[in-house]
Design a binder for this molecule. Structure first.
Ligand code: FEO
Length: 402
């Protein structure tokens, strides 16, 4: 019988599955190209499974493990992360391979019990930072990775072959489609936007904790990165490490302007369009515009981690900021977004409030610079607004050229 597992190294196999039916990851983030749940089997003197998988791919996952084990028993299961997109098939593994010994952090043990899994303390080794385990030829070391992405998380480094089982770190949305390694794709064209949207929305809040993990990783001779979602890295590791360095330190990847507008009848939108055209006239071409009402906020957050400058344009609504823009600002703060240069365009037909409120929201975030130049329009952009428009475009162009 043929199966869809993939060989990672001589004795390590990918045994996960792809889910193209899930509409919303964590029931919040839209998926258009699916997601993979990765798990890995090591065939040493002992057999080892690294993590399980979401129940959505449970059957394929179990079949892949059985095929790779080829009749051998399963000796160990290392659980790096207990979120149910990975741990949900644990009970099925325990039923099929009842002799398996579990390895996890003490917090992971508590969390699994809280989720109702029948983990047996007698069959569980609870490991701390720096502890090791030999499986025969391979010896692994366990490294705590708290808040990447939950507090119980750890990563496991195989000292024998340089494989880092990195849990959610270095993961990505998108299904693998038969391929496995990042170098089997044009990652920078096909995947980077999904990888960024995954990181920024799932782990973006925990930049300092990711920085701590990157520092620990710098001391390891990593040859492969095996995450729990998305492709395995075996070449050009510097590419993805550099992206993580930027994202986790809240440093923009590129100088460019993201314009996000909230418009009811098109007048605020028109003002944003005029600004984008004025920027283009000044040679500022790395720009993106989004209608906040029709763009899922996960995309806005993702691009915000990419670009250096942000222009918010919003109509006043119920004496406040237009609700989708309000939600975007709340998400920015929740995800700890910081260190951007911002400008504000406000609109209203009476009692214009949105600019003041957006400014207050941005000022409540860390290291945000708000340009003095901004635009207030009363119902529609008119000739009287032209000086402010030119001043804002000039100020953005000048700031971008620094
Ligand atoms: Fe992919 Fe935090 O689970």
């Amino acid at each position: 019988m043929m199966n869809c597992y993939r060989k990672v190294t001589d004795d390590l196999y990918w045994v996960g599955g792809n889910d193209r039916r899930l509409a919303l990851f964590e029931n919040i983030h839209p998926l258009y190209h699916g997601v993979s749940y990765n798990a890995y089997v090591l065939l040493d003197e002992k057999t080892v499974l690294f993590d399980t998988a979401d129940w959505a791919v449970g059957r394929q996952f179990i079949e892949n493990i059985k095929a790779v084990l080829n009749g051998r028993d399963l000796d160990y299961l290392v659980i790096n992360h207990v979120e149910p997109d990975h741990a949900a098939s644990l009970e099925e593994v325990l039923l099929r391979w009842p002799n398996v010994k579990l390895i996890m952090t003490p917090k992971a043990f508590t969390f699994l019990r809280n989720f109702g899994y029948p983990v047996d303390p007698e069959k569980t080794r609870q490991v701390k930072e720096g502890e090791t385990q030999s499986f025969g030829k391979h010896e692994v070391v366990f490294v705590n990775a708290p808040m990447v992405h939950w507090p119980e998380a750890m990563v496991t480094f195989d000292k024998t072959n340089g494989v880092l089982f990195s849990a959610d770190a270095f993961g990505s949305f998108r299904s693998l489609d038969g391929k496995l390694f990042a170098d089997e794709f044009d990652f920078d064209r096909e995947w980077i936007d999904d990888a960024r949207r995954y990181y920024t929305n799932i782990v973006g809040k925990y930049g300092p904790q990711v920085q701590a993990l990157l520092k620990k990783a710098a001391g390891l001779d990593i040859k492969y990165i095996c995450p729990l979602h998305g492709p395995v890295w075996r070449k050009d590791l510097g590419y993805i490490l550099d992206k993580y360095q930027h994202w986790s330190s809240y440093e923009p990847e590129e100088k460019g302007v993201m314009i996000v507008y909230a418009s009811m009848y098109g007048n605020t939108e028109n003002t944003a369009e005029i600004l984008a055209a004025e920027l283009a006239q000044r040679g500022i071409l790395n720009t993106r515009m989004y209608d906040v009402s029709s763009t899922h906020v996960s995309y806005l957050i993702s691009d915000l981690f990419k670009y250096s400058h942000l222009v918010l344009a919003s109509v006043t609504y119920n004496l406040g900021v237009f609700p989708p823009m309000h939600n975007f600002l709340a998400d920015m703060k929740a995800l700890n977004l910081q260190n951007r240069t911002c400008a504000i365009i406000e609109n209203g037909s009476w009692a214009i409030q949105s600019g003041k409120l957006m400014k207050e929201a941005l000022e409540s975030m860390k290291k945000m610079t708000i340009l003095d130049e901004g635009i207030t329009i009363n119902s529609s952009f008119r000739d009287s607004n032209e000086p402010d428009m030119k001043a804002l475009a000039d100020a953005l162009a000048a700031d971008l050229s620094k």
